[in-house]
Design a protein around this ligand. Structure first.
Ligand code: FES
Ligand code: FES
Length: 202
């Protein structure tokens, strides 16, 4: 039996795309496979790790918990959309580079989008608020210390173009920025320990 396809119009990083996808097509798969925007990474596909986090109407959203057909009429920003119009790094990206906030880099796109939205909501976070801002994202390289430093550095650099965009309110349950699970085994970790290598890229 041939699966029914749906015409979907998505606005991603300011560009309109027309797709034909099954109703079950995850937004993360539509971005990666249909639009070749492979900066959005997929880790758990359960809403736990945060690697797939994108901005939907400015709000951090797990792309693995949303169907592409549900994203019609929204403004989607992926990590590719965080660069400045001239191609230079956005402030959060620049801060990650300066502070060595990434190691293998797999989790990085989700952190960048999460922090972009977090700093828009709270442009002058305390150290503790910087830690809380990333509490819903997992990094398996234990680089949290430098990621926190990157949040603080990005706050120093100030809001850039993407972060300054206004947001629209959303009721979508996938648009939860923090701690999406009560399963203790899958609970997002808070950055509690110093990385043994100082969090430097390895
Ligand atoms: S892949 Fe979506 S939260 Fe892990
Ligand atoms: S998982 Fe390797 S840098 Fe986060």
């Amino acid at each position: 039996m041939t699966e029914e396809l749906h015409e979907v119009s998505l606005t991603v990083n300011g560009t309109h795309h027309e797709l034909r996808v099954p109703a079950r097509r995850l937004l993360s798969d539509a971005l990666r496979h249909d639009l070749a925007l492979t900066g959005t990474h997929v880790g758990c596909e359960h809403g736990v790790c945060g690697a797939c986090t994108i901005l939907v109407d400015g709000r951090p959203t797990r792309a693995c918990l949303m169907f592409a057909v549900s994203a019609v009429g929204t403004e989607i920003t992926t990590v590719e959309g965080l660069t400045n119009p001239d191609g230079s790094l956005g402030h959060v990206q620049q801060a990650f580079a300066e502070c060595h906030g990434l190691q293998c880099g797999f989790c990085t796109p989700g952190f960048l989008t999460t922090i972009t939205a977090g700093l828009r909501d709270n442009p002058t976070p305390t150290h503790e608020e910087c830690r809380d801002m990333i509490a819903g994202n997992l990094c398996r390289c234990t680089g949290y210390q430098n990621i926190v430093k990157a949040v603080e550095r990005a706050a120093e650099l100030g809001l850039d173009t993407v972060a300054a965009r206004p947001t629209r309110p959303t009721n979508d349950p996938a648009a939860r920025p923090t701690r999406p699970t009560s399963d203790p085994a899958a609970r997002p970790t808070r950055p509690t320990s110093e990385p043994t290598n100082g969090g430097e890229a390895s």
